[in-house]
Design a binder for this molecule. Structure first.
Ligand code: COA
Ligand code: NAP
Length: 271
């Protein structure tokens, strides 16, 4: 079998693809020849991302959507399908996070994150299914270490992302017979992202997090994009239902530094 990371004539949709890790993933697919569609809530962010993907030489389009709105997600995905045909790769990565203990947030706060991360992923999965290339499509859900490592001040994210990974594993079974692969990628601490800004709000905490990674560095958006390229390519053809940490080994030690830092932060010891 000849193996290639060439995505010419392939369509990639990245939900939540207008900043941080997901935008990095979208850019890497564009650099490898794909047609790339992105979606998020902000028209400004969508326009800016589409322009930058076009600058990379890719055909690109975008739509605004809140993933909590199932019908709006369906409508947007259908527009991409009508313009670009079957979807070869879907990356679902819209998410929300804030630092608060379970007793420090309202039920609505907990629900907001579950609605965006878990229900949002479900809405995306239902919307893309009729448009996926069968056989051949690769669906990638962006998870987080909180899915399997309990972290103080992250009960909402832990619950939501654990749900995302079980959705991944279940859909891998339901859709596998049609030749659709569904996997999760679990990024470690990724530099220059909104997620890390929220979880490591001082230079000191960020340094501690970096030191706690066995590879002694924070990850880059390209590290995550590379894993997505692999999963989206024929090299990933037999990977289905996997939850894959791309984290420099961070989750091996239980992300201990982050846990205690967040606990201090949530209790107001660190400003
Ligand atoms: N501590 C406790 N509760 C908080 C909070 C915090 N730091 N930030 C938000 N909340 C609560 C709000 O008080 C509200 O609950 P209430 O109605 O009972 O007061 C609830 O969460 C929803 O907040 P709201 O601002 O209305 O939600 P939203 O839908 O506009 O935004 C968030 C969702 C809160 C997740 C917002 O941070 C977001 O949009 N994040 C996207 C970007 C992001 O988080 N990136 C990192 C990804 S890892
Ligand atoms: P980010 O820059 O905030 O990216 C989140 C993206 O999702 C943005 O494009 C945002 O755009 C969109 N989005 C948020 N809420 C949405 C909603 N309700 N509907 C539609 N789109 C929405 O965050 P990031 O740090 O790069 O994180 C990206 C992904 O990686 C997330 O799934 C996160 O859980 C995961 N992750 C991150 C890290 C890290 O170190 N940063 C570690 C582990 C996992 P709009 O604001 O325009 O909607």
């Amino acid at each position: 079998m000849s193996i290639t990371l060439d995505f010419v004539d392939k369509t990639v949709l990245v939900i939540g693809g207008t900043s941080g890790i997901n935008r990095g993933i979208a850019s890497l697919f564009a650099e490898h020849g794909a047609r790339v569609a992105v979606a998020s809530r902000s028209q400004e962010k969508v326009d800016d991302t589409v322009a930058s993907l076009k600058n990379l030489g890719a055909q690109s389009m975008g739509f605004t959507v809140d993933v909590r709105d199932a019908e709006a997600v369906k409508k947007g995905v259908m527009e991409v399908h009508e313009n670009y045909g079957e979807l070869d790769v879907v990356v679902s990565g819209a998410a929300g996070n804030f630092v608060a203990t379970a007793m420090g947030m309202s039920a609505n706060g907990f629900r907001a994150v579950v609605d965006i991360d878990l229900m949002g992923t479900f809405h995306v999965m239902q919307a893309v299914y009729p448009c996926l290339k069968k056989p051949g499509a690769s669906v990638i859900n962006i998870s987080a270490p909180q899915a399997f490592i309990p972290m103080e001040a992250q009960s909402h994210v832990c619950a939501a992302k654990a749900g995302v990974d079980m959705l991944t594993r279940t859909l891998a079974m339901e859709w596998g017979p049609e030749g659709i692969r569904v996997n999760s990628i679990v990024p470690g601490p990724i530099e220059n992202t909104e997620g890390m800004k929220r979880l490591a709000p001082s230079a000191e905490i960020l340094e501690q997090v970096k030191e706690s990674v066995p590879l002694k560095r924070l990850g880059s958006t390209e590290d995550i994009g590379n894993a997505c390229l692999f999963l989206g390519s024929p090299m990933g053809d037999y990977i289905n239902g996997a939850v894959i940490p791309v984290d420099g080994g961070w989750s091996q030690n239980g992300t201990g530094v982050m846990r205690s830092a967040l606990s201090d932060f949530a209790q107001g010891t660190v400003k």
